[in-house]
Write a protein that binds this ligand. Structure first.
Ligand SMILES: [Zn+2]
Length: 124
């Protein structure tokens, strides 16, 4: 057995960091449990074509950063929920204990080593 509190502490720290990163570029909608990207300040300025192109680029970058952060955010929330209901560290496919080394490397991992290739097919 492993000490689940070690992982809980680490996940809670990571959640704090991610939430701060998300808040910098997005707003949280409680009713849908979704983060929405917010445009940068530059978007409100009157723009010539160059600025507009920069803004589109910035906006696209922002949305792709948001997508990445949102996945991490959900992964961490899921892992914390599993800690709360006592299923943390158990492979979601086989029900076998997940190798401690895998959890240490990535605390949000959802499968044991034997099923790592199937992790991406698990529902969100
Ligand atoms: Zn497994």
């Amino acid at each position: 057995m492993f000490n689940v509190h070690t992982f809980q502490t680490r996940l809670e720290e990571e959640l704090k960091t991610i939430t701060n990163d998300l808040r910098a570029i997005a707003t949280y909608d409680e009713t849908t449990d979704n983060w929405e990207a917010v445009p940068g300040e530059a978007a409100n300025q009157e723009a010539d074509n160059n600025i507009e192109a920069d803004e589109v680029e910035e906006w696209n970058e922002r949305r792709s950063t948001l997508a990445t952060l949102e996945i991490e955010y959900r992964d961490i929330k899921r892992a914390l929920a599993k800690i709360a209901d006592g299923t943390y560290g158990i492979c979601e496919i086989s029900g076998a204990p997940i190798e401690i080394k895998r959890l240490e490397f990535k605390p949000t991992v959802r499968t044991c080593a034997a099923h790592m290739n199937e992790e991406s097919s698990l529902p969100l």
